[in-house]
Write a protein that binds this ligand. Structure first.
Ligand code: PBG
Length: 329
């Protein structure tokens, strides 16, 4: 029998050694909580396919954001759920539209305790559910949509959003929004580019969450899940257009793209652990088929390990609480 000289297990022998040898750590400040705020009064509404996540009212969102700030997370990403939708998504650029109202309320609530960010996309506000406006033949019109994005950017910046999440996957959206912001003096409003956003089945529960009216799919603008190189191409393009942060989305099934983008990017790289990733772990845990806490921790840790500097996750606050209760991860 030959005894191995090299023994990697040595560094795994005690909890103290494992902690010291750990290459990746999670911290509350690099977690961002996506939140849904619904128009109208009444109570927060649970989202069926996302147990534990709700459509907030402005009031319940206020309380949740104060709680999130207490937990020490880095920020929130706001999505609006309007009452009325139309072809061009008028609600998105109405200063009294739900997303802009909520933004003002929450910025006032938390001040500088965390970064209030907003989804800059038309899909929650259009009656057809697409991320842009349609041309006569029913396809999504890229350049007309850019005009709407520019208007949205100005309203969101005026509402106090510090970081605009460009999730629509229109060509040239970063340059268009950056130019609009700069021309209006919003030079310090930052742009988070959802650069490599794939046409994914894992957005399913989100569409419940925002009561999406989409028929069909987004394959003519979101990336083909088969394409790895193209994810890097999109990220590099957005960097050249002036993005402050680039993002890969979904996260768990796209760790290769995330690692690639992280290797070439000279700006922060984030990842979005989306609704379907959340729902899968919650569902398995509810059946007792998986250890919920360990699965959540491992899933987010893996996203960080692959190269994400920060992670959008629906577990942000709960995870932050765990991290501070047990700082020895
Ligand atoms: C589009 C948008 C989507 C998500 C975030 N922004 C939906 C889509 O592209 O269909 C999905 C987020 C999630 O699934 O958690 N505004």
């Amino acid at each position: 029998m030959i005894n191995p000289v090299i023994r990697p297990r040595r560094l795994r022998t005690t909890p103290a050694l494992r902690r010291l040898a750990s290459e990746t750590r999670l911290h509350p400040s690099e977690l961002v909580l996506p939140m849904f705020v619904r128009e109208g009064t009444g109570a927060a509404v649970p989202i069926q396919s996302m147990p534990g996540v709700v459509q907030h009212t402005v009031d319940s969102a206020r309380r949740a954001v104060a709680r999130a700030a207490e937990a020490g997370i880095g920020g929130i990403m706001l999505f609006g759920v309007p009452d009325v939708r139309d072809a061009v998504g008028t609600g998105a650029t109405d200063p009294d539209g739900i997303l802009n109202v909520a933004t003002r309320a929450l910025v006032t609530e938390v001040g500088d305790a965390l970064v209030v960010q907003t989804d800059l996309c038309l899909d929650e506000f259009t009656d057809h559910g697409h991320c842009g406006v349609l041309s006569a033949d029913g396809t999504v019109d890229n350049d007309t949509t850019l005009e709407r994005y520019r208007e949205m950017a100005l309203v969101q910046a005026a509402s106090g959003s510090q970081l605009l999440g460009l999730s629509g996957m229109m060509d040239g959206q970063v340059a268009a929004v950056r130019e609009a912001l700069d021309q209006s003096g919003y030079v310090d409003t930052a742009v988070l580019a959802y650069s490599a956003k794939y046409a994914s089945a894992f957005y399913g529960p989100f569409r419940d969450a925002v009561e999406s009216t989409l028929v069909g799919d987004r394959r003519s603008y979101q990336l083909d899940p088969a394409n790895r190189r193209e994810g890097v191409r999109e990220a590099l393009l957005d960097i050249s257009e002036g993005a402050d942060i680039v993002m890969v989305k979904p996260a768990g099934s796209y760790l290769d793209v995330l690692a690639d983008v992280s290797a070439v990017s000279d700006i922060p790289v984030w990842a979005y652990q989306v609704s379907g990733e959340y729902a899968m772990i919650e569902a398995a845990a509810a059946h007792g088929w998986i250890d919920r806490r360990r699965a959540i921790e491992e899933s987010v840790l893996s996203i960080r390990r692959a190269g994400a500097d920060a992670v959008l996750t629906y577990w942000a606050v709960e995870l932050a609480d765990w991290l501070t209760e047990r700082p020895t991860r």
